[in-house]
Design a protein around this ligand. Sequence first.
Ligand code: BTN
Length: 254
Amino acid sequence: MRWPAEAIWEAIEPTLAGFTVEVLPQVDSTNSELMRRSRLGQTEPVLLVAQTQTAGRGRLGRQWQSQAGDSLTFSLGMLLQPADWAGLSLAVGVTLADALHPDIRIKWPNDLWLADRKLAGILIETASSAAGDPGAARYAVVGVGINVAPRPSEGLSTAPASLRELLPDSDAGQTLLRIAEPLVRSLQAFESFGFAPFQARFNARDALRDRAVALSDGTAGTAHGASETGALLVHTAHGMHAVTSSEVSVRPTP
Ligand code: BTN
């Protein structure tokens, strides 16, 4: 498998000084690797791609399992200093979906869905700033896992979706080439303008829009899109509820 590392670098480096692209045959987790590097003071912008992850991680302590070639697994690390971090995962989801296919929906807050099945997951972690100043730039690690080819569904409640259902000829390298530059541009736009410019694009692709949902904290209601700070608006028996905690999971109910 050939990775278009040079083409990606040429598209991004002119507006992101010091940017590099690195492809590793194997690593535990691209997110873990960039977080380790940031703790050593390495905070240059980098796109780290793994052919195989031995301990891929998802949100809420879950695992991200993938086979080499079947899945695109990478993390983009760069320093960011937005006024507000809220809604970053939604901005990333919007960007990936827009770059890939009109039929992809975003499942708040971190997944891409195709016909109610998971196509991709996003895991964002930030390293605390050396200065300890809450307004200072932080190293953001944006990890993305996309199922490119169909994968086994053992142990999962719903069989995952794959990009080849939409784009039969896609492979991990081409997929990365399609999304890498838009992703960097979106992180730069998010740094300047926050989630607001992404809100309408999110709401147009919201997988939960106008659907009955149940939250892991026991709340139930109807989802009404994202607020301008990226909170999921859920209409419950007690009125409109803005769900902000990324520790809460949400699922549609039949
Ligand atoms: C989720 O579904 O909860 C998020 C999954 C994120 C998986 C990607 S794969 C590349 C990067 N490295 C990791 O360990 N996780 C992310």
